[in-house]
Write a protein that binds this ligand. Structure first.
Ligand code: SAM
Length: 197
């Protein structure tokens, strides 16, 4: 087993998660100060958020800190880790772009804020959910950076749960709020992969 490649994967994952949190923190603080006018947070959405948090932070965090669970460990390859690092940091970059673009309109859950504007520029010009695309990139990166099948795939399973529980509800909330403007936006964009889905 090549320990140095595995350690490199874990260190890169930790660095990416720290960068992720540094980007997210100011938006969480600002969101607390901006009034919510529509709240569609539901039990299903909380379950999805819990699954994503468990799969992308708690399970890999415990693995990196303690090596648990040992079951599922596999040998890491340098190419796999390099590809994982590329996907993970490209995901962090897209995550930052989407936060900058959404600005005061960002929410962690299904909410419309006071003076909410429909954003359709930058990464939002091709896909309606580029932040969710960035999460899928982070989850794929995690699967390649962490040399354990259970821990690696927990991120994909956790985020896919949130995505599929949420996406229809989010689009319904946006259509209810922005009406024809959002319907037209839907007609010219895909969900998470430009020109495909
Ligand atoms: C966690 S953010 C994710 C945004 C988007 N689904 C994405 O993946 O980039 C969720 C919140 O963003 C807001 N939102 C989603 N799409 C938006 C858009 N095109 N313009 C403005 N706000 C949007 C909604 O208030 C929603 O509750």
């Amino acid at each position: 087993m090549n320990m140095s490649v595995e350690n490199a994967g874990q260190i890169l994952w930790v660095l990416g998660i720290v960068a992720w949190y540094v980007i997210r923190f100011p938006f969480e603080r600002r969101a607390r100060r901006t009034r919510v006018v529509v709240n569609r947070r539901s039990l299903t959405d909380r379950i999805g958020l819990g699954a994503a948090l468990a799969g992308m932070a708690v399970v890999p965090g415990i693995y990196v800190a303690t090596g648990f669970p040992k079951a599922g460990d596999h040998a890491a390859s340098a190419w796999g880790v390099a590809l994982g690092a590329f996907l993970f940091f490209a995901g962090v970059w897209l995550f930052r772009r989407t936060h900058k673009e959404l600005g005061k309109n960002w929410s962690i859950s299904l909410e419309i804020r006071e003076k909410h504007k429909l954003i359709s520029g930058g990464p939002y010009s091709l896909i309606r959910h580029p932040m969710y695309t960035s999460f899928f990139m982070l989850a794929l990166g995690q699967a390649l950076l962490l040399a354990n099948w259970i821990v690696g795939l927990a991120g994909l399973a956790g985020f896919a749960t949130l995505f599929f529980l949420r996406v229809d509800k989010e689009e319904r909330m946006m259509t209810d709020t922005f009406g024809e403007e959002y319907r037209q936006y839907m007609d010219r964009t895909k969900r998470i992969i430009p020109y495909i889905y």
